[in-house]
Design a protein around this ligand. Structure first.
Ligand SMILES: Nc1ncnc2c1ncn2[C@@H]1O[C@H](COP(=O)(O)OP(=O)(O)OP(=O)(O)O)[C@@H](O)[C@H]1O
Ligand SMILES: [Mg+2]
Length: 301
């Protein structure tokens, strides 16, 4: 059953920016990674899911409630970690937690205490004296203190040191085991690879891919590395119509990606060349994702 549903969500800003026709869903207990270059539309989508922004077109729902209309109903069950938490400057950590408890309608001292212990956060500090990492930890504590079933995490580990990133990842692994439904935006592949069942990629405000994590390594596309004995073979092969991911003229070596359905053509073609070495490379999530960072609008070389 879908817990998060986003249908044709569109919000346009000036200069052609925004999100356009964004459609996806996240099932109960599913952990979905939301990846995309800077400015792709991740935070905008999440803000709509929190009801902080009203769409020009389309809708988003959590547990069946329209996010733009059900602000108070949906908030109790949602843990939101904003990309750039803005915290009130005049309060200390304790007062902020209390304020958030009032807004969320929750109170669980034990859970707050255990979260602070886990993330090594001292709530007695004034917010304005907190470091970036400490503020992020405070946002983490307040996002999780109602033990929400749905989590919208926008670059949750940015600003955390490597050890705290690990603490956070282990914490989310436990939340996942509890059956939480999680949408997580991130630029950290290790984090996404460890935590997410499925990965969606957004670029220029549009969803351009949605893949199960296992499918990437199992060969949604295969990547091969080929080197040639002579420059003529190299030159000729690079003119073939394949999706080259790198070309090294000096070493007479290319990498290319082949769709499973195109393997036969690839093998028949390569037989005509004087090949020095040939190997299949296992594609990582990072390899897959980096294709979408390219500046050209299409996804091919
Ligand atoms: N309120 C706004 N007014 C005008 N433009 C906006 C507004 N909010 C977002 N945008 C634009 O929409 C695009 C998407 O922004 P968004 O913050 O969603 O990106 P993002 O994927 O979260 O990027 P990042 O990885 O840098 O956090 C950007 O080009 C941004 O400048
Ligand atoms: Mg963002």
């Amino acid at each position: 059953m879908s817990v998060i549903e986003v249908n044709n969500l569109t919000k346009s800003y000036e200069f052609g920016k925004g999100i356009f026709d964004v459609t996806f869903s996240v099932d109960s207990g599913e952990v979905v990674g939301f990846l995309g270059p800077n400015g792709a539309g991740k935070s905008t989508t999440m803000r709509h899911l929190m009801g902080f922004s009203i769409p020009d077109f389309g809708e988003c729902k959590i547990n069946g409630y329209d996010c733009s209309k059900s602000y108070y109903i949906t908030k109790k069950d949602i843990g939101y970690l904003p990309g750039e938490p803005t915290l009130p400057q005049g309060l200390d950590g304790k007062a902020f937690v209390k304020m958030m408890e009032g807004l969320k309608g929750c109170h669980n001292d034990k859970l707050v205490e255990s979260l602070c212990k886990r993330f090594e956060l001292d709530l007695n500090q004034d917010i304005k004296k907190m470091s970036i990492g400490e503020r992020r930890k405070l946002a983490v504590v307040t996002a999780f203190m109602s033990d929400p079933k749905v989590l919208l995490l926008d670059e949750p580990t940015s600003g955390l040191d490597p050890r705290m990133q690990e603490v956070f990842i282990e914490f989310i692994e436990e939340e996942k085991k509890k059956g939480k439904t999680i949408l997580l935006s991130s630029h950290i592949f290790r984090e996404v690879e460890r935590l997410c069942d499925r990965i969606m990629i957004i670029k220029d405000g549009r969803i351009v891919a949605s893949v199960n994590k296992d499918d990437i390594s199992k060969g949604l596309k295969k990547t091969f590395e080929i080197s040639f004995y002579n420059p003529a073979s190299y030159e000729s092969f690079t003119k073939e119509s394949f999706e080259f991911t790198s070309k090294n003229k000096l070493e007479l070596r290319v990498s290319l990606m082949i769709d499973n359905c195109d393997i036969d053509r690839f093998i028949k073609t390569i037989k005509n060349y004087n090949v020095k070495s040939f190997s299949e490379v296992t594609m990582t999530l990072e390899d897959y994702f980096m294709r979408f960072y390219k500046t050209r609008g299409d996804l091919s070389e």
